[in-house]
Design a protein around this ligand. Structure first.
Ligand code: IDP
Ligand code: MG
Length: 156
Protein backbone atom coordinates (compact mmCIF):
# COMPACT_ATOMS: atom_id res chain seq x y z
CA UNK A 1 0.00 0.00 0.00
CA UNK A 2 1.20 3.47 -0.91
CA UNK A 3 0.51 6.68 1.03
CA UNK A 4 0.43 10.08 -0.68
CA UNK A 5 0.71 13.56 0.83
CA UNK A 6 -2.21 15.73 -0.25
CA UNK A 7 -2.67 19.40 0.63
CA UNK A 8 -6.01 21.16 0.21
CA UNK A 9 -4.59 24.60 -0.51
CA UNK A 10 -5.80 27.92 1.00
CA UNK A 11 -8.27 28.50 -1.85
CA UNK A 12 -9.94 25.11 -1.25
CA UNK A 13 -10.30 25.83 2.48
CA UNK A 14 -11.51 29.41 1.99
CA UNK A 15 -14.00 28.40 -0.71
CA UNK A 16 -15.55 25.71 1.47
CA UNK A 17 -14.55 22.86 -0.83
CA UNK A 18 -12.78 20.60 1.68
CA UNK A 19 -15.66 18.17 2.10
CA UNK A 20 -16.37 17.81 -1.59
CA UNK A 21 -12.69 17.25 -2.41
CA UNK A 22 -12.20 14.70 0.38
CA UNK A 23 -15.31 12.90 -0.91
CA UNK A 24 -13.61 12.38 -4.29
CA UNK A 25 -10.85 10.38 -2.60
CA UNK A 26 -13.19 8.48 -0.28
CA UNK A 27 -15.61 7.62 -3.08
CA UNK A 28 -12.72 6.23 -5.12
CA UNK A 29 -11.95 3.80 -2.30
CA UNK A 30 -8.82 5.47 -0.99
CA UNK A 31 -8.34 5.69 2.78
CA UNK A 32 -7.71 8.90 4.73
CA UNK A 33 -5.03 7.91 7.26
CA UNK A 34 -3.91 11.36 8.41
CA UNK A 35 -5.48 14.85 8.53
CA UNK A 36 -4.29 18.16 9.92
CA UNK A 37 -5.59 21.73 9.55
CA UNK A 38 -2.56 23.99 9.76
CA UNK A 39 -1.07 27.29 8.73
CA UNK A 40 2.10 26.55 6.73
CA UNK A 41 5.18 28.54 7.81
CA UNK A 42 7.57 30.20 5.35
CA UNK A 43 10.21 27.67 6.36
CA UNK A 44 7.97 24.65 5.73
CA UNK A 45 6.75 26.05 2.40
CA UNK A 46 10.38 26.58 1.34
CA UNK A 47 11.27 22.98 2.24
CA UNK A 48 8.19 21.55 0.54
CA UNK A 49 8.72 23.50 -2.69
CA UNK A 50 12.55 23.45 -2.67
CA UNK A 51 12.60 21.95 -6.19
CA UNK A 52 10.76 25.03 -7.50
CA UNK A 53 12.97 27.66 -5.78
CA UNK A 54 14.39 28.95 -9.07
CA UNK A 55 11.05 29.14 -10.92
CA UNK A 56 9.49 32.54 -11.69
CA UNK A 57 6.25 31.56 -9.93
CA UNK A 58 8.03 30.47 -6.71
CA UNK A 59 7.62 33.71 -4.66
CA UNK A 60 3.91 33.87 -5.48
CA UNK A 61 3.51 30.16 -4.71
CA UNK A 62 5.07 30.49 -1.25
CA UNK A 63 3.00 33.62 -0.54
CA UNK A 64 -0.18 31.78 -1.56
CA UNK A 65 0.57 28.61 0.42
CA UNK A 66 1.34 30.59 3.60
CA UNK A 67 -1.54 33.07 3.24
CA UNK A 68 -4.26 31.09 5.04
CA UNK A 69 -4.75 27.61 6.56
CA UNK A 70 -4.54 24.42 4.55
CA UNK A 71 -5.79 20.89 5.19
CA UNK A 72 -3.00 18.33 4.96
CA UNK A 73 -4.01 14.73 4.30
CA UNK A 74 -2.28 11.37 4.16
CA UNK A 75 -4.16 9.19 1.68
CA UNK A 76 -3.52 5.47 1.28
CA UNK A 77 -4.28 2.81 -1.30
CA UNK A 78 -2.77 0.52 -3.88
CA UNK A 79 -0.97 2.91 -6.27
CA UNK A 80 -2.33 5.88 -4.29
CA UNK A 81 0.23 8.39 -5.62
CA UNK A 82 -0.80 7.98 -9.26
CA UNK A 83 -4.49 7.57 -8.46
CA UNK A 84 -4.47 10.83 -6.47
CA UNK A 85 -2.68 12.69 -9.27
CA UNK A 86 -5.26 11.41 -11.76
CA UNK A 87 -8.14 12.52 -9.53
CA UNK A 88 -6.49 15.96 -9.14
CA UNK A 89 -6.08 16.61 -12.87
CA UNK A 90 -3.54 18.74 -14.73
CA UNK A 91 -1.70 21.52 -12.89
CA UNK A 92 -3.57 24.46 -14.42
CA UNK A 93 -7.23 24.82 -13.56
CA UNK A 94 -7.79 26.35 -16.98
CA UNK A 95 -6.54 23.18 -18.68
CA UNK A 96 -7.52 20.39 -16.26
CA UNK A 97 -10.07 17.95 -17.66
CA UNK A 98 -13.65 17.92 -16.46
CA UNK A 99 -14.24 15.21 -13.92
CA UNK A 100 -11.01 16.02 -12.10
CA UNK A 101 -10.80 18.11 -8.92
CA UNK A 102 -8.87 20.94 -10.58
CA UNK A 103 -11.00 20.67 -13.71
CA UNK A 104 -14.31 20.83 -11.86
CA UNK A 105 -13.67 23.35 -9.08
CA UNK A 106 -11.27 26.00 -10.41
CA UNK A 107 -10.14 28.10 -13.37
CA UNK A 108 -6.90 29.61 -12.02
CA UNK A 109 -3.43 28.34 -12.87
CA UNK A 110 -1.84 29.26 -9.54
CA UNK A 111 -4.87 28.93 -7.19
CA UNK A 112 -5.33 25.30 -8.21
CA UNK A 113 -6.85 23.92 -5.00
CA UNK A 114 -4.69 20.91 -4.27
CA UNK A 115 -1.18 19.51 -4.00
CA UNK A 116 -0.38 15.81 -4.42
CA UNK A 117 2.96 13.99 -4.24
CA UNK A 118 4.26 13.24 -7.74
CA UNK A 119 6.17 10.00 -6.93
CA UNK A 120 6.36 7.44 -4.12
CA UNK A 121 9.77 8.90 -3.14
CA UNK A 122 8.36 12.44 -2.99
CA UNK A 123 5.45 11.13 -0.93
CA UNK A 124 7.80 9.70 1.73
CA UNK A 125 9.75 12.97 1.86
CA UNK A 126 6.62 15.16 2.02
CA UNK A 127 4.82 13.00 4.60
CA UNK A 128 7.92 13.42 6.77
CA UNK A 129 7.70 17.21 6.44
CA UNK A 130 4.04 17.51 7.43
CA UNK A 131 3.35 14.60 9.80
CA UNK A 132 5.18 13.32 12.87
CA UNK A 133 5.35 9.64 13.83
CA UNK A 134 1.97 8.52 15.08
CA UNK A 135 -0.04 11.11 13.14
CA UNK A 136 -0.43 8.78 10.15
CA UNK A 137 -2.52 5.85 11.33
CA UNK A 138 -2.81 2.17 10.41
CA UNK A 139 -6.34 0.88 10.68
CA UNK A 140 -8.70 -1.41 8.78
CA UNK A 141 -12.01 -0.18 7.42
CA UNK A 142 -15.09 -2.36 7.73
CA UNK A 143 -15.74 -2.04 3.99
CA UNK A 144 -12.22 -2.84 2.80
CA UNK A 145 -13.26 -6.38 1.83
CA UNK A 146 -15.39 -4.78 -0.92
CA UNK A 147 -12.85 -2.19 -2.07
CA UNK A 148 -10.14 -4.66 -3.15
CA UNK A 149 -10.36 -8.21 -4.48
CA UNK A 150 -8.00 -10.09 -2.15
CA UNK A 151 -8.93 -13.59 -3.32
CA UNK A 152 -5.49 -13.94 -4.98
CA UNK A 153 -3.66 -13.16 -1.73
CA UNK A 154 -2.96 -9.51 -2.46
CA UNK A 155 -5.24 -6.55 -3.12
CA UNK A 156 -6.29 -6.28 -6.78
P1 IDP B 1 1.72 20.23 -9.55
O1 IDP B 1 1.12 20.91 -8.33
O2 IDP B 1 0.66 19.83 -10.54
O3 IDP B 1 2.66 19.11 -9.20
P2 IDP B 1 4.08 21.83 -10.15
O4 IDP B 1 4.63 22.03 -11.52
O5 IDP B 1 4.84 20.95 -9.22
O6 IDP B 1 2.56 21.36 -10.33
O7 IDP B 1 3.93 23.28 -9.51
C1 IDP B 1 3.66 23.44 -8.13
C2 IDP B 1 2.59 24.51 -7.97
O8 IDP B 1 3.11 25.77 -8.40
C3 IDP B 1 1.33 24.31 -8.80
O9 IDP B 1 0.40 23.42 -8.21
C4 IDP B 1 0.80 25.72 -8.91
O10 IDP B 1 0.12 26.10 -7.70
C5 IDP B 1 2.08 26.54 -9.01
N1 IDP B 1 2.47 26.79 -10.41
C6 IDP B 1 3.10 25.93 -11.24
N2 IDP B 1 3.32 26.47 -12.44
C7 IDP B 1 2.84 27.74 -12.35
C8 IDP B 1 2.78 28.84 -13.28
O11 IDP B 1 3.25 28.75 -14.42
N3 IDP B 1 2.18 29.98 -12.83
C9 IDP B 1 1.68 30.09 -11.58
N4 IDP B 1 1.72 29.09 -10.68
C10 IDP B 1 2.29 27.93 -11.06
MG1 MG C 1 4.54 19.13 -8.26
Amino acid sequence: METSLIILKPDAVQRGLMGRIISRFEEKGLQIVGAKLMHISQELAAKHYADHASKPFYPGLVKFMTSSPVLVLAIRGNGAVTICRNLMGATFGSKAAGGTIRGDFGVSNSFNLIHGSDSPEAAVRELGLFFTAGEVLDFARAGDAWVYDTSGGKPE
